[in-house]
Write a protein that binds this ligand. Structure first.
Ligand code: SER
Length: 314
């Protein structure tokens, strides 16, 4: 395999921080350039400040480091984008165009860009949501991700751009806190369970959503991006799945390990967002085309989260 020079945007985020660490382990610290608008206190390798909307700087960094692969993660998530619709649209779209255009102009070979279950909407089939079906998102975030997916397909078709994409489910990990998502309850609940023994959930007890442990999501991201080009048959974005559960079910799993744990419910505007998303996802295309397999089931996820968060709080 030819040596890769990789640039990751949004590297301080929930996915970015774990992805940078995994890529550095695989490709070497110096070949993975982390970028973000926030600066790390103790950078563990090359870091550059980058606002993905800054076209010139984006290109200058790609040239400076002779980048061939971009993982373009910088975005506003669903709940924040509802609060700041114009910024959500602008950041999610302009950043995406900048990366796609770098590939179109042959400055880089490959782009990975995350989409989301948020591309689906109220008229999408909720169970086992197919790869292709009605997608009528009614959130700013979902609209931006669906538009981005169509641009992926367009750039691939018209300009031969090698762009690869996954529709992430809710992501749960202990290393970095997520920021501004609707599925974030499923991370926060672990921290509160360990620290206070109580959690007030902003979704209703029976809100079933697709979820995944971050380690699985990072592996999927690297696997799809490094797969042989001929295996990538879906060019807008692949459905990707592992688990499905409700806050009530997750709370029961935590209670079986922390018997005094109590959950209460106070749904807010995020309930409306969650209500419009699928409960479970059919990801057979990803499993067939590039052999996707998840590793973490709910028990392994709960044990891993509690073990590590307890250690962090000890
Ligand atoms: N986890 C994301 C969110 O809740 C969805 O992609 O915004």
């Amino acid at each position: 395999m030819a040596k890769s020079k990789i640039l990751v945007t949004g590297a301080m985020g929930q996915v970015g921080s774990e992805l940078v660490a995994a890529l550095r382990k695989k490709h070497g610290v110096d070949d993975v350039i982390a970028t973000d608008i926030r600066e790390p206190e103790n950078p563990e390798g090359p870091f550059e400040k980058l606002d993905v909307m800054d076209t010139e700087r984006f290109e200058a960094l790609v040239t400076k480091y002779k980048i061939d692969t971009i993982y373009n993660l910088a975005a506003l998530l669903s709940a924040t984008a509802e609060q700041k619709p114009e910024l959500g649209w602008k950041l999610n779209m302009e950043g995406h165009f900048n990366a796609l255009n770098l590939a179109k102009n042959k400055k880089v070979k490959k782009v990975f860009w995350p989409s989301s279950i948020a591309v689906f909407g109220p008229n999408t089939p909720k169970q086992n949501t197919p790869q292709k079906c009605i997608a009528d998102p009614d959130t700013v975030y979902g609209i931006s991700k669906l538009a981005g997916e169509r641009w992926n397909a367009y750039y691939h078709e018209k300009y031969g751009v090698d762009v690869r994409s996954l529709r992430y489910p809710g992501l749960i990990g202990y290393k970095t806190l997520p920021g501004g998502g609707t599925t974030d309850y499923a991370v926060d609940i672990f921290h509160q369970a360990v620290k206070t023994g109580n959690y007030e959930c902003f979704l209703k007890a029976d809100t079933s959503l697709p979820m995944m442990f971050t380690e699985d999501a990072i592996r999927a991201t690297i696997e799809i991006t490094e797969a042989e080009e001929s295996r990538i048959q879906v060019r807008d974005s692949y459905n990707l799945a592992a688990l499905t559960f409700t806050p009530e079910e997750l709370a029961a799993k935590i209670k079986s390990r922390i018997p005094d744990f109590e959950i209460s419910y106070k749904p807010d505007f995020r309930q409306e967002i969650a209500k419009s998303w699928p409960s479970s996802i059919d990801d057979s295309a990803a499993r067939q085309d590039w052999n996707w397999k998840h590793d973490y089931d709910i028990d392994k996820l709960v044990d891993t989260m509690l073990h590590n968060i307890k250690k962090m709080n000890a």
